[in-house]
Design a protein around this ligand. Structure first.
Ligand code: B12
Length: 344
C-alpha cells in the first residue's frame, strides 16, 4: 500500500489516505510548537517552555526547531487534563463534549455511528482518551452501552447488521489511533496474549482487552477473533506470557471444555494468569478451574494487570509478604496465582 504524503485535510493528522482512498493509520507528522499551541489555545511560548522543562517530549529538526510527536502531545493532555481549544487540529472532528465518559457522550456516539459519520465517532472516542479516560472506561462505559443499543436495530430494521458492521469498524479505527498514543511498555515488561476464542467473531472485546493491558504497561499481542485455544497455548509459550486474556462473546458448549482444560493446565504450568471475560462468560464460568480468573469488565482486568505489573517491578531479593485473603480484590502474583474473585 502506498501512503500519500502529508496529513489529509478531511480526515486530519494521523489518518492518511492510500491511493485507493482507503483510510490507513500511520505515524502522524510531528507537530510544531505553533500547531500544538493553536490546538490547545495557549501561547507558543508556553508550549516551548513545557518542552524545555521536559513536560512534553520533543525532538529537534536539523535547524533546531522543536517537533512534538502527536503521542507526546496526547500524553501531555492526558496527564494535565488539558482540553484542546481547536480539537479538529488534533483529528477530533468537533467532539460535542470532552472529558470523562458520560451519558451525553454515549448519545453523541450512537448518533454519529447511526449516521455513519466515522470522523465524528472517532473524534468522540479519541477525545475521551485524550482528556484522560482510561481505555477500560471507554470500553465499559462508552462502547459497550452504545453497541448494546445498536445491537437492537436488526430486530426491526433490515439495515441493522450493516449498521453494526460499520459501527464496529469506526470503533476499531478510533482504538487503532489510540493504540499509537499509548506509550510503549518498558523493556522487560510482563507480556500478555489476548484473543477471542474459536467461533467467536467479535473484534472489539479482544482489542479493548489488549489496549487495557498495554495502558497498564504490559507488552504482548492481540491475536484477535476466531483464535483456536491451542494457538493461544503456543502464544503463551512464545511470548513467555504472564497473562492470557480470553474474550467469550459466544455461548460455550460443554464440548469445548477439553480444549479449555488443556489451556488452563498449560497456563498453570507456565505461571501464566488466565483471565476470561465477555458477554457469554456465564456459559463457561461454572466449569472453569479455580486457577482461572473470571471477570466481567475491562476495569477489573485493568486492576488485575496493574497488580501484575507492580509485582513484576518489585525487587526479587525481597519477596512480597503474604497478603491477607480478600473476597473482593484481585490479587495477581506471577507464578503463584490464585482466584480471589469470580463470576458465579
Ligand atoms: C457488532 C455485533 C455483531 C457483529 C460483530 C462484528 C465484529 N467482527 O466484531 C456481527 C454482525 C458479526 C454480529 C453477528 C451476530 N450477532 Co451480534 N452483535 C454485535 C453487537 C451490536 C456489538 C458487540 C460488541 O462488539 N460490543 C462491544 C463490546 C465492547 O461489548 P461487550 O462485548 O459487551 O464487551 C464488554 C464486556 O463484556 C467485557 N468483556 C468482553 N470481553 C472481555 C474479555 C475479558 C478478558 C474481560 C476482562 C472483559 C471482557 O468488557 C467489554 C467492555 O465492557 C452486539 C450487541 C451487544 N449487546 O453487545 C450484538 C449481539 C451480541 N449479536 C447478537 C446476534 C443475535 C448476532 C447473530 C446471531 C445475528 C446477528 N444479529 O447478526 C450473529 C452471530 C455471530 C456469531 N457467529 O455468533 C445478539 C446476541 C443475542 C444473544 N442472545 O446472545 C446481540 C446481543 C444483539 C441483540 N441485541 O440481539 N454481531
Amino acid at each position: 500500500m502506498t501512503i500519500l504524503p502529508g496529513p489529509n485535510p478531511v480526515v486530519g493528522p494521523g489518518f492518511f489516505l492510500d491511493q485507493k482512498g482507503t483510510e490507513a493509520i500511520v505515524e502522524p507528522t510531528p507537530l510544531s510548537t505553533r500547531q500544538l499551541a493553536e490546538a490547545l489555545g495557549v501561547s507558543e511560548s508556553s508550549v516551548k517552555r513545557w518542552v524545555d522543562e521536559g513536560e512534553i517530549a520533543a525532538t529537534r529538526t536539523a535547524g533546531g526547531h522543536r517537533r512534538i510527536p502527536v503521542s507526546a502531545a496526547v500524553g501531555f493532555m492526558r496527564s494535565h487534563r488539558v482540553r484542546p481549544a481547536k480539537p479538529h487540529l488534533l483529528n477530533l472532528a468537533e467532539p460535542p463534549a470532552l472529558g470523562e465518559v458520560d451519558a451525553g457522550s454515549c448519545d453523541a456516539l450512537k448518533k454519529a455511528l447511526l449516521a455513519n459519520d466515522g470522523a465524528i465517532a472517532r473524534g468522540i472516542i479519541c477525545g475521551r482518551f485524550m482528556t484522560g479516560a482510561p481505555i477500560a472506561s471507554i470500553g465499559d462505559n462508552l462502547l459497550r452501552p452504545v453497541l448494546e443499543g445498536i445491537g437492537e436495530i436488526w430486530r426491526h430494521d433490515a439495515l441493522g447488521i450493516l449498521i453494526e458492521h460499520r459501527a464496529v469498524q469506526s470503533c476499531i479505527q478510533a482504538l487503532s489511533q489510540i493504540s499509537a498514543w499509548i506509550p510503549e511498555p518498558a523493556p522487560g515488561a510482563p507480556a500478555a496474549v489476548v484473543a477471542a476464542g474459536p467461533a467467536d467473531p467479535y473484534l472489539l472485546p479482544p482489542l479493548l482487552a489488549f489496549l487495557t493491558l498495554k495502558e497498564c504497561g504490559m507488552s504482548g499481542s492481540n491475536l484477535g477473533a476466531l483464535t483456536p485455544l491451542s494457538t493461544l497455548e503456543l502464544a503463551i509459550g512464545q511470548y513467555d506470557a504472564a497473562l492470557c486474556a480470553v474474550s467469550v462473546s459466544v455461548p460455550q458448549d460443554p464440548k469445548t471444555m477439553p480444549a479449555w482444560n488443556t489451556l488452563q493446565a498449560l497456563a498453570v504450568k507456565r505461571g501464566c494468569a488466565l483471565v476470561v471475560g465477555g458477554r457469554c462468560l456465564a456459559t463457561l464460568a461454572s466449569r472453569l478451574a479455580p486457577t482461572t480468573q473470571a471477570v466481567g469488565t475491562m476495569a477489573e482486568l485493568a486492576a488485575f494487570a496493574k497488580g501484575l505489573v507492580e509485582g513484576a517491578q518489585r525487587p526479587r531479593a525481597k519477596p512480597a509478604r503474604q497478603k491477607k485473603k480478600s473476597s473482593s480484590i484481585l490479587q495477581p502474583s506471577r507464578g503463584a496465582f490464585r482466584r480471589v474473585r469470580g463470576v458465579s
